[in-house]
Write a protein that binds this ligand. Structure first.
Ligand code: C2E
Ligand code: CA
Ligand code: CA
Length: 260
């Protein structure tokens, strides 16, 4: 019963546009400059308050409603980014989480192209974050679609890297620019020897495959320092900034010491 009622209110939420986006800054820790923002959706539920993605994304995925939600996120975030750039601010690259359902859609490529054109957006301001599991499933078609998207100049990263089942040979064929080291490996740095070994290996792998890297879920100075010492300088996490509503990010972007 609860599930059904949630499903109905999710449907209403899409029609009434009850979602908002929080933007989490990505920082180059070697000079403290902002290099990008990740768009993270939240649901402003009329009675339950602000709901986090974990509370509705799984249901949205199951029911296919994720396609409409991600579409809204893509349009709204691109619009916001364009405004920031027009105001002379520099938010860097926009990270968008893309669900498998979205990638599977035949017109996804066209949808991205339309979105880029209609928002006066520059394709290299965009980075699609795709999870490992998604890339590996159904990979021939996915590689084709991703290649066409990459040909537009859009960046592609593998999210939650290290938690899925990467085939290393497939990794070489994918048109990706960047790996995002999953936060579960960062959590116990710099004390846990196994996590150190995993993080060091991912850094070495990225380097030899000439991929960029970012680590997420950085919560402490020690974690940041460890990563900087390994020359993994792009970081994202509560230690730097929490995900923030657009107005607060505008204030942050206006601060010249971080964005220029
Ligand atoms: P994700 O893509 O791995 O996003 C990073 C998550 O880590 C976010 O959770 C973020 O708030 C959280 N986080 C950031 N810094 C820290 C930190 O220092 N420590 C810890 N413990 N967590 C941190 P959030 O916003 O709850 O999103 C959860 C997941 O929901 C995302 O994981 C992503 O998979 C999904 N999601 C969020 N927005 C969207 C969206 O617009 N579309 C789709 N399809 N999925 C989304
Ligand atoms: Ca992500
Ligand atoms: Ca992630």
């Amino acid at each position: 019963l609860q599930r059904m009622s949630m499903q109905t209110s999710l449907r209403e939420a899409i029609d009434n546009k009850e979602f908002i986006i929080h933007y989490q800054s990505q920082i180059n820790a070697s000079n403290n400059r902002l290099v990008g923002v990740e768009a993270l959706v939240r649901w402003e539920h009329p009675t339950m308050g602000l709901l986090q993605p974990d509370e509705f994304i799984p249901l949205a995925e199951e029911t296919g409603m994720i396609v409409e939600i991600d579409n809204w996120v893509m349009n709204t975030a691109m619009d916001q980014m364009s405004s920031w750039y027009k105001e002379g601010l520099n938010p860097g690259v926009l990270g968008l989480n893309i669900s498998m359902k979205q990638l599977d859609k035949l017109n996804f490529l066209q949808q991205i192209e339309t979105c880029i054109t209609s928002h006066d957006f520059n394709s290299n301001w965009l980075e699609l974050e795709i999870t490992e599991g998604h890339m590996m499933k159904n990979h021939i078609e996915i590689i084709n679609t991703l290649q066409k998207i990459a040909d537009l100049g859009v960046n592609i990263s593998i999210d939650d890297f290290g938690t899925g089942y990467s085939s290393l040979s497939l990794l070489k064929q994918l048109p990706i620019n960047r790996l995002k080291i999953d936060k579960s490996f960062i959590e116990d740095l710099p004390d846990d020897e196994e996590d150190i070994a995993i993080v060091d290996s991912i850094i070495a792998l990225a380097r030899s495959l000439k991929l960029e890297l970012i680590a997420e879920g950085i919560e402490t100075k020690e974690q940041a320092e460890y990563l900087i010492s390994k020359e993994c300088t792009y970081v994202q996490g509560h230690y730097c900034y929490h995900p923030l509503p657009a107005e607060q990010l505008t204030a942050l972007l206006t601060d010249e010491t971080i964005s220029s």
